[in-house]
Write a protein that binds this ligand. Structure first.
Ligand SMILES: [Zn+2]
Length: 427
């Protein structure tokens, strides 16, 4: 089967392309950029997608997703998570290991990959745990998991509090060329907090998580990356201080990369004033200065990637007191429109935004995706950046309806998502 995408504005930062073009897909790969398509269009075995007036880009890559399977299938499965990804324009997702059992050995990695192959409609790249059971005590079977297909290691959901163990993890992964992904949080400073520590938490009488909780650990992990030379990737940066630390480390040549989530640059902690548990997330939604610093970090390249930290939960789990609700936002289906707001606000150009959602995440985990180069696997997204959409959680493909953006009017609508040359979603 061949697919012809005609007349779209093709944005491919991996080749510094931003121009109107046609793309021909054959045998699941990008075949060519044909100029004259009159004959081609009439051939019988070709699916023609009219992309005039729309953006054609490499399929988006989400570096931070919780697919919940195995163990928490009432929150999400690999099947529903992949469907949500496709609807959001993502052709690849990187899934965190905090499942049950934890992905801390090759058999769990293999299970996830098998499920993804048989039931997933997008590419799934697992991240293995740093420590057994994410308990922070003994290193997991990192080599085995790498061989089975893990693209990074992380105890996401939890920090590795033991600095010596974190050092060993960094020394270990250097041999495999994969990043250590840090959920940077000092649990003693967080002290069971449930939201950002500040004016709003004081008014509400809720326990706060100070910015220092994140910054202390970002600082430690940068120090350890400097010591070991390992590739450190900081997940979900939420504070101005963390942005500053990463910027300074990059200037010194430390091998560090970073991501920010749409909710951390779209909301301030005032969102919690309604006690909406759908805005309860870890790290918490921060103050205005932090939001501005994240945007500045995205603009100057300190933050390489936008990742959703898609963390679906069931309605029952979130319908409790703020203190008791689990952390997390269902992010795959709002990630692109929330990110497009950065373009509207003049923070990023559209090609700069696409770069942070395609070639940059691909480079961090070392996968051959995020590009429309001739011969590349044809993962493509086609979207209308200006079409307005009203967020309706009831229409989410994800089982997780936990979004603080329900009812928001946003711009940006995914029209087609193509994985390996096959259309897996049309909106
Ligand atoms: Zn995390």
């Amino acid at each position: 089967m061949r697919v012809l995408i005609k007349g779209g504005r093709v944005i491919d930062p991996s080749q510094e392309i931003d121009q109107t073009a046609n793309i021909l897909i054959e045998d699941g790969k990008v075949k060519s950029f044909p100029k004259d398509i009159k004959k081609l269009e009439k051939e019988s075995d070709i699916q023609v997608i009219d992309a005039r007036g729309n953006i054609v880009a490499p399929g988006l890559i989400d570096l931070h997703v919780h697919l919940r399977e195995p163990g928490f299938e009432h929150k999400e499965t690999i099947r529903t998570g992949c469907e949500a990804a496709a609807a959001g324009g993502f052709t690849s997702v990187v899934c965190m290991p905090n499942t049950n059992p934890v992905n801390d050995n090759a058999s769990v990695t293999e299970y996830i990959l098998l499920k993804a192959r048989t039931e997933g409609i997008v590419n799934v790249f697992p991240v293995g745990a740093i420590t057994k059971g994410e308990k922070g005590e003994i290193l997991a079977e990192i080599g085995e998991m790498w061989e089975a297909g893990c693209v990074g290691i992380s105890d996401d959901g939890w920090p590795v509090m033991n600095s010596k163990l974190m050092r060993h993890a960094m020394e270990y992964v250097k041999a495999y060329g994969i990043p250590v992904i840090s959920h940077a949080e000092d649990l003693n400073l967080s002290a069971h907090g449930v939201m950002n520590e500040g004016f709003t938490s004081t008014i509400l009488g809720l326990r706060g998580i100070p910015n220092a909780s994140e910054e202390v650990m970002v600082s430690r992990d940068i120090t350890l990356a400097e010591l070991t030379g390992a590739h450190l990737h900081i997940a979900h940066v939420s504070t101005a201080g963390a942005v500053r630390l990463i910027r300074d480390a990059k200037k010194r040549g430390v091998n560090v990369t970073a991501e920010a989530t749409p909710h951390h640059f779209s909301l301030t902690d005032k969102v919690v004033l309604s006690y909406d548990t759908n805005a309860k997330v870890n790290p918490p939604i921060r103050g205005e200065k932090d939001v501005e610093a994240i945007k500045e970090g995205l603009k100057d390249g300190t933050i390489d990637v936008i990742a959703t930290d898609h963390a679906p939960h069931s309605e029952d789990e979130k319908k409790v007191e703020f203190d008791l609700a689990p952390f997390g936002i269902s992010g795959l289906e709002t990630g692109l429109p929330l990110s497009l707001q950065l373009v509207k606000d003049g923070v990023l150009t559209l090609p700069e935004l696409v770069k942070k959602l395609t070639v940059n995440p691909a480079k961090i985990i070392g996968i051959d995706r995020g590009t429309l180069k001739t011969g590349a696997i044809a993962d493509v997204v086609i979207f209308d950046p200006d079409k307005s959409v009203k967020v309706d959680r009831e229409k989410f493909r994800s089982k997780g309806k936990n979004t603080p953006f329900h009812g928001w009017e946003l711009s940006g609508c995914v029209l087609h998502t193509i994985v390996g040359g096959k259309v897996v979603f049309s909106g």
